[in-house]
Design a protein around this ligand. Structure first.
Ligand code: GLU
Length: 326
């Protein structure tokens, strides 16, 4: 458990450095930063590089350069440090182990040796969404009990085990998890039926995104989590993990995504909407801030002080890039 809870009161931007920042990421960064500043909270930049092998060389430095160019300075971030660091997930494995141990002590975890193929084949109702199939609990013990030493889980079928959360046990009799999203409104997710027992530690021993993100938000004292609407389904799982760990939940605010003229969400590989490309094409950072503000129903200005003063949450709907961008 978190021995001493951190000072509460931060907002954060938490990019995964697998590509340079584009206008969609930049809007999330700007809104999260403005939201925290408007409320007088600490601003935190957390780098979600759980999987260092997936991070292209130079990508993290590139994202720093993008944020610096956009004019967003964070109170706490990897380069500057701060009271609740480290601020890169790749340096926080020991903390995730504590979270996993706390969940295991409550009998909420079990090892799973199933391959992706086996999970898919055993699923009662293969899921159409990109969440993947609902796990058929092939490896679940008949009654929940602590695993004990999480580093001594044996190999089976020639594989290391992943660790899954026993969602029904964590829900403790509730059927759903419900929360009020500050942008998207009341939410209710039937976690057992719709998502099933999800992985909290991957087979390679690395914490899963849901676990790391939920834990870090609590451990960094985040009271506001403003991010893209694509992460709304993750929130149910993160809320359940926080509840199971007895930790406070932040206020979640999921903003509609930025889409192109064809309604497609912006992709990291599209150089045309990358900040790096816009900058190289001679676009001014203040014009990008102004565009992002306008897309969010904020005053037509790139001035960060004015935007902070006038800030209000955007709507839940997707917003389209206006013609001419890029
Ligand atoms: N790292 C995630 C991403 O870049 C965002 C996680 C979050 O904001 O909670 O999609």
């Amino acid at each position: 458990m978190i021995a001493t809870l951190p000072p509460r009161g931060a907002g954060r931007f938490a990019p995964t450095p697998t590509g340079r920042l584009h206008l969609g990421n930049a809007r999330t960064a700007l809104l999260a930063w403005l939201d925290a500043r408007k409320l007088g909270l600490r601003t935190v930049l957390r780098v979600e590089d759980l999987d260092p092998a997936a991070i292209p060389p130079g990508c993290l430095e590139g994202q720093y350069a993008d944020l610096d160019w956009l004019g967003l300075a964070f109170d706490e971030e990897p380069r500057r440090g701060g009271p609740v660091g480290p601020y890169r997930q790749s340096e926080r494995a020991g903390l995730y182990r504590e979270a996993l141990q706390a969940l295991d002590a409550k009998g909420l975890l079990y090892p799973c040796w199933c391959s992706r193929r086996e999970v898919h084949d055993a699923a009662r109702a293969p899921h159409a969404s990109d969440e993947g199939p609902v796990y058929a609990r092939t490896c679940a013990p008949p009654t929940p009990r602590p695993i004990g030493d999480l580093d001594a889980v044996p190999r089976r079928r020639g594989r290391e085990a992943a660790l899954r959360l026993d969602v029904a046990a964590a829900l403790g009799g509730d059927a759903d998890i419900a929360f009020d999203d500050a942008i998207a409104g009341p939410q209710r997710f039937a976690l057992v039926a719709a998502m099933g027992d999800f992985i909290v530690r991957r087979r390679d021993g690395v914490a899963a995104y849901q676990l790391a993100c939920a834990w870090d938000d609590a451990a960094m004292g985040c009271t506001r989590v403003l991010r893209g609407a694509d992460l709304l389904p993750s929130t149910a799982r993160q809320g359940l993990l926080l509840r199971a760990l007895g930790l406070p939940t932040p206020v979640w605010a999921h903003a509609g995504l930025v889409v192109d003229a064809t309604g497609q969400r912006l992709a990291k590989r599209d150089d045309a909407i990358a900040l790096e490309g816009l900058r190289a094409a001679g676009v001014a950072a203040s014009d990008v801030r102004r565009l992002l503000a306008r897309l969010s129903g904020l005053p037509d200005t790139g001035d960060l002080d004015l935007l902070t003063e006038a800030f209000h949450l955007p709507g839940p709907e997707a917003v389209e890039l206006p013609a001419g961008w890029p």
